[in-house]
Design a protein around this ligand. Structure first.
Ligand SMILES: *Cc1c(COP(=O)(O)O)cnc(C)c1O
Length: 377
């Protein structure tokens, strides 16, 4: 067991049993494999509380493939998308819309500021051409939790459709169709559901999908055609990621055994507290106030001490068995440590101890950032 622990936004550390589930070969028409597809799709719909209204359409590839499939299939060619942006994943949805030729506008807030339901309300009132709104639930760029219930309520009031990039939250933070009305949510196998990478999926309103025939810009990322394939025979149109699905099926068993979304979210929250308290004891400061911090990944400001050299810090942690993640912010010099994946109290305490060893090794007395300076441009 020499694999490092991945304290990153994904791919993540998986359980031994999830890895073991991949030690078989399946034919794509194998009855056991077909039953597995049916089971996985059904469970994902039920995690989103979408039975009767929503269906799950998986797509081969990483999470971005599912986001691109959802935008390309659900936003009609004459439609218009408004993206609420406060980080790299919001910006990515704007880029997707531009590349596939959908009219697109955005409302941008800083990376440490939640998206604004009030600004959305004004934009939807002012522009009747906007057919769809897209938002990221947890912006993994910073670790910030966006107010998606309020966003969903504004969209519902204006009769516009909502697409939620729930990639880094689904399975650990609640997102239920009856509570938070959405047209589609996009997520993947390898984040909070703790499967291995290789499959994205979209949980989408059946009536919206039925109305989306012919919209897609792409053959392989056409959610309508992919769905029709599953409806006909529970098979994938093109080569399925068989081992990924088998691992995901096992990962969903383990998710249920842990107490579903509530149980998984509680473990991640404990992980986050161990991390925040341990890092604070060394003087580190996290970017976000507690009210905005999702229990997924934490952004820490870069220490002021010039002896803190991030690459050396990173390499030393890696040698000790912990992989962290560089910052992705434009507002502040930072790095990130994740609290998701198959990690618990012992692993988080181990990571915090390794940070302490590295501070000693680098002769850094405190992890405190420049005081009073606030964000660096
Ligand atoms: C991980 C992630 C994605 C998808 O990234 P891939 O690298 O394509 O899997 C999309 N949105 C958010 C918020 C994410 O965290």
């Amino acid at each position: 067991m020499s694999d490092p622990l991945l304290l990153t936004p994904g791919p993540l550390t998986t359980s031994a049993t999830v890895k073991q589930a991949m030690l078989h070969d399946w034919g794509s028409r194998d009855a056991a494999f077909i039953a597995m597809n049916r089971r996985v799709r059904k469970r994902l719909v039920s995690l989103a509380d979408g039975e009767g209204t929503h269906v799950c359409v998986p797509v081969q590839g990483s999470g971005t493939f599912a986001v691109e499939a959802a935008i390309g299939t659900l936003v009609p060619r004459e439609g218009k998308l408004l993206v609420l942006v406060n980080g790299a994943y919001g910006r990515r949805m704007v880029q997707i819309a531009r590349i596939i030729g959908r009219a697109c506008t955005s409302i941008e807030t800083a990376e440490d500021v939640p998206v604004s339901p009030e600004a959305l309300d004004g934009a939807l009132a002012a522009d009747v051409a906007i057919s769809h709104v897209a938002v990221v639930q947890c912006e993994t760029t910073s670790g910030l939790l966006n107010p998606i219930e309020a966003v969903a309520a504004v969209c519902a009031r204006h009769g516009r459709k909502l697409l939620i990039d729930a990639m880094s939250a689904f399975g650990a933070l609640p997102l239920e169709a009856r509570q938070t009305p959405f047209d589609a949510l996009m997520a993947s196998s390898n984040k909070c559901l703790e499967g291995v990478p290789g499959m994205g999926f979209v949980i989408v309103r059946k009536d919206s999908l039925q109305a989306a025939e012919g919209n897609a810009h792409s053959l392989s990322l056409d959610l309508f055609a992919q769905w029709r394939g599953f409806e006909q025979n529970d098979q994938w149109r093109f080569t399925p990621p068989t081992h990924v699905i088998a691992a995901f099926d096992q990962a969903l068993d383990e998710h249920a055994a842990e107490g579903g979304v509530a149980g998984r979210g509680a473990r991640y929250r404990r992980n986050m507290h161990i991390l925040l308290e341990g890092m604070a004891a060394y003087g580190f400061e996290s970017l976000l106030p507690a009210a905005l911090q999702a229990p997924i990944i934490v952004t820490f400001r870069m220490p002021a001490d010039p002896r803190f050299v991030f690459d050396a810090f990173y390499d030393g942690l890696r040698q000790r068995g912990y992989v962290i993640y560089p910052g992705k912010l434009t507002v502040a010099d930072s790095f990130r440590i994740g609290c998701i994946g198959r990690l618990g109290e012992a692993e988080m305490r181990g990571a915090v101890a390794a940070v302490g060893e590295m501070l000693n090794e680098l002769r850094v007395r405190s992890g405190a950032p420049h005081q009073g300076e606030g964000l660096v441009a």
